[in-house]
Design a protein around this ligand. Structure first.
Ligand SMILES: [Zn+2]
Length: 214
């Protein structure tokens, strides 16, 4: 299964009529947050495949489009935050936002609050385990885990709770954004127990097979 994952920055070659030639056939679109809704909407309508997203810490209550539409999220994509979904046999779950660093009302969490979000996933993960024999294939997050691709400032510190989640529920992938890359030698893919942690910024095409994930 070819997955187009996008995050944090509008990439001109994807926001153009040439997107199909550039990415080829993809089966699934995933957004890891902090992207304008019009961009996700464009990618989803051009490729016309199942699409899922989480909000980043800069998620907006409303985006105003030139045709007078007011958008509270990307049209045509499903919000994965705090829930599990199955698409083409691939088990997905999502966790939005970043570490809390100011008093913004939404999309920032302490590690304790992120545990609360993880708790909301547990019934779906248990169901997956019973139905499919595994908990989860891909965790879609905005923030990285603590100590993996994260940075020392508060806003870019990763979540310790994600480390526990990976050890317990063994997703094949944790996809995240939030950490912008300015050097070509920055590490963007790290193996943690049975999980590949991948920084998506600004986009990646991944080959993920649910059956082969164990
Ligand atoms: Zn961010």
């Amino acid at each position: 299964m070819r997955v187009l994952a996008i995050s944090d920055k509008v990439v001109p070659v994807l926001y153009s009529g040439g997107i199909r030639e550039h990415v080829g056939d993809v089966d699934l679109i995933i957004s890891c947050g902090d992207l304008p809704y019009y961009y996700i909407d464009f990618v989803v309508s051009m490729l016309n495949r199942p699409s899922y997203f989480v909000y980043g810490n800069h998620g907006k209550e409303a985006e105003y489009w030139s045709n007078n539409q007011v958008m509270s999220g990307p049209a045509g994509a499903t919000n994965l935050h705090g829930n599990t979904q199955v698409t083409d046999g691939l088990l997905l779950a999502g966790l939005e936002g970043s570490m809390r660093y100011n008093s913004a009302p939404r999309f920032q969490y302490t590690d304790g609050e992120m545990w609360g979000n993880i708790a909301r996933l547990i019934p779906g993960l248990l169901f997956n385990r019973l139905r499919y024999g595994r908990w989860l294939d891909v965790l879609v997050a905005h923030s990285p885990p603590f100590g993996i691709h994260d940075q020392p400032d508060r806003a870019h510190t990763g979540f310790r709770s994600f480390l526990h989640l990976m050890r317990w529920f063994k997703p094949s992938y944790l996809l995240h954004g939030h950490i912008h890359l300015y050097r070509s030698d920055t590490v963007t893919r790290t193996c943690y127990h049975q999980t590949q942690v991948v920084n998506i910024y600004p986009y990646r095409i991944l080959s993920i097979e649910p059956e082969l994930s164990r």
